[in-house]
Design a binder for this molecule. Sequence first.
Ligand code: MF3
Ligand code: CO
Length: 247
Amino acid sequence: MISIKSDREIALMKEAGKYNVMVLKAVEKFLRPGITTKQIDTLVNRLIHEYGCEPSCLGYEGFPASVCVSVNDEVVHGIPGNRKIKNGDIVSVDLVLSYKGYHADATRTFIVGTVNPDIESLVKNTQAAFYAGVKEVKNGARIKDVSRAIEKYAHDHHLSVVEELVGHGIGSNMHEEPDVPNFDDGSNIRLKTGMTIAIEPMLNLGTKEVYLDDNDWTVKTVDGLPSAHYENTVLVTDTGYEILTGD
Ligand code: MF3
Ligand code: CO
């Protein structure tokens, strides 16, 4: 069953989305060479509580932090720790928080200092792939219309699509039905007004192949080349969509 949100639920998710973006903007300002990923987590945890929200990831299946911070070849689920951010790193900050029981999920990949043009276009095109996908969203559209648009955008720009991880429904749970893959998985599920989904392309500069790090959380690229991630929580409407975690 895919849940259709009431007006009240949508209003709470909008609040959650607003706070999520405020935290991400604070992280963007804070990011600089020399800080540790743990310092990002400390900032995020403090702000989430200041805004009257809860960190959805902390303790989720044992995840030990309030935010996922994935650097360079780390695709998702990077665990904040003593790693220092360096000039030329790309840092994906994947943040899920809840407000009065309703979750909002958003990810931004930030460029620290100067990166080579290939990496800069990886980051820009991952965001653009999200927009290529979200343009397909409206009542009655198929999820695979979104998936195919993201995949096509990625391939047209010579990027590969991670298939092991997918977007998802979201609401009173961080992860709900349906899956929202970034490739056509053959599903014919249709979107309906009032559904809320997280659309989240994870694109690689090199091969799409990934592996799980020894920490049992962090997913990394097999070839060691960088990966970028961009995500928003999106409401399906009669004529299109509304981004609940928009800037
Ligand atoms: N946005 C991430 C996801 O949908 C959040 C993971 S929280 C974690 O997978 F606890 F699983 F890391
Ligand atoms: Co997500």
